[in-house]
Design a protein around this ligand. Structure first.
Ligand SMILES: NC(=O)c1ccc[n+]([C@@H]2O[C@H](COP(=O)([O-])OP(=O)(O)OC[C@H]3O[C@@H](n4cnc5c(N)ncnc54)[C@H](O)[C@@H]3O)[C@@H](O)[C@H]2O)c1
Length: 364
């Protein structure tokens, strides 16, 4: 079976799961890695038996078909543009970029060069969200009329070795975690036409509490609590709160969808698994639903594999740049709405990606 050669740029925290999973996918052959920090690239290359290339060598290597861009958000657009410029397809970690202007440049260059751009998260391809999508499409809860989504966390300074970027422009809870929630909601309810929000930067400084850099301070340059309303094109109304300011924990669900004939508890969109519960309008209790789809383990890379398959077969890939652009515009729109104290009307839209076949083989 033909596979596409993948070169990774960015050998940080998230690179391990891709390096572990990719060899199990049908269409992927990871052959090299690179990083601004050469030592990191050499270390990963040794561990996973691939080549460590300098950045210019990576861009120039004609044998590489796809660049997997796992750099920090502020470098996403720059690295993606360089990869496209050198004639390679790109799959990158979320978000597509930290500004709408840069996102537009990436989309335009991909279109001009007729190259693919795929964007994480790909958790919506996991068994949890795919099963929810099937349940909605088969009318289990009727027509969705509202949704709530809550990402209530304490921030990553307790576990991430280099958490500084989470508190800079283009990150914060909305840009860091919002893509999981918004991508899931778009898959289940469709695109959004208007947003409004209030955003605040609650603490000017955060203290790192992980083992590596305990006590180091981070200056906060982005809102850390964002509460918003999403008006979907379908007419459904969503409530989304993303926060790094929840120090005492929360009992709120991750996502619930309310339909004309019942409600659905959607699993954490930062995972690939269930559980899913449904409560029909006349039923007394919530009932757990058996998942119809596989890929329930941490399957990061499934979106990249889907893109490689789509390139080889001349089809559309599911983790599309149009959906990722729409997600960035929703997030940017929420921050704009808070600043201007007005609704923000979306200029972009996207199609809901096709479901995966329910019996697609599981990759772990
Ligand atoms: N850490 C996680 O659990 C996690 C989970 C899901 C998604 N992500 C996303 O993955 C991306 C990377 O996150 P991470 O946690 O691995 O970050 P990280 O800081 O651990 O690693 C990023 C790496 O990119 C390198 N880099 C930065 N700019 C570069 C450039 N211009 N060219 C080449 N290399 C460059 C850095 O040297 C670093 O090694 C982010 O977009 C993040 O949102 C992270």
């Amino acid at each position: 079976m033909k596979k596409l050669n993948v070169g990774i740029i960015g050998c940080g925290n998230i690179s391990d799961i891709y390096l572990k999973n990719c060899p199990n996918y049908e269409y992927l052959n990871v052959i090299a890695c690179s990083d601004l920090d050469r030592e990191k690239a050499i270390e990963k290359a040794k561990e996973y038996r691939i080549s460590a290339l300098k950045l210019d060598e990576m861009y120039a290597d004609k044998s590489i078909d796809i660049i997997l861009n796992l750099t920090i958000p502020s470098a996403h657009a720059e690295v993606s543009l360089k990869a496209l410029q050198s004639g390679k397809h790109v799959y990158l970690e979320k978000p597509l970029s930290i500004s709408l202007e840069d996102a537009k440049k990436v989309i335009e260059m991909a279109n001009e060069k007729k190259l693919r751009v795929g964007v994480a998260p790909d958790t919506f391809l996991g068994g949890g969200i795919q099963t929810c999508k099937t349940l909605i499409e088969t009318g289990e809860i009727g027509k969705p009329i509202a949704a709530t989504a809550f990402m209530m966390s304490q921030g990553p300074e307790g576990w991430h070795p280099n958490p500084d970027f989470f508190y800079q422009e283009g990150a914060g809870p909305l840009f860091d975690m919002g893509p999981y929630y918004l991508t899931a909601l778009i898959n289940l309810i469709g695109p959004v036409k208007r947003v409004t929000s209030s955003a605040q930067m609650s603490l000017a400084e955060r203290t790192i509490t992980n083992d590596v850099r305990n006590g180091d301070k981070i200056r906060v340059n982005t809102p850390t609590h964002v509460a918003g309303i999403l008006d979907f094109e379908s007419g459904a109304v969503g409530t989304l709160i993303t926060s790094f300011d929840i120090f005492g924990g929360s009992t709120l669900p991750r996502i619930e969808i309310y339909g004309t004939q019942g409600s659905m508890l959607v699993p954490d969109p930062n995972t690939f698994d269930g559980p899913i519960q449904i409560k029909k309008a006349r039923n007394e209790s919530w009932e757990e639903v058996t998942l119809t789809h596989g890929n329930t383990a941490n399957s990061r890379g499934i979106g990249l594999n889907d893109m490689a398959a789509a390139i080889l077969n001349g089809e559309e890939h599911r983790a599309s740049k149009e959906m990722a652009y729409h997600v960035v515009e929703i997030m940017q729109g929420m921050l704009t709405s808070s600043k201007t104290q007005q609704h923000y009307k979306l200029t972009s839209t996207c199609t809901i990606p096709k479901s995966l076949p329910s019996k697609r083989s599981e990759c772990s």
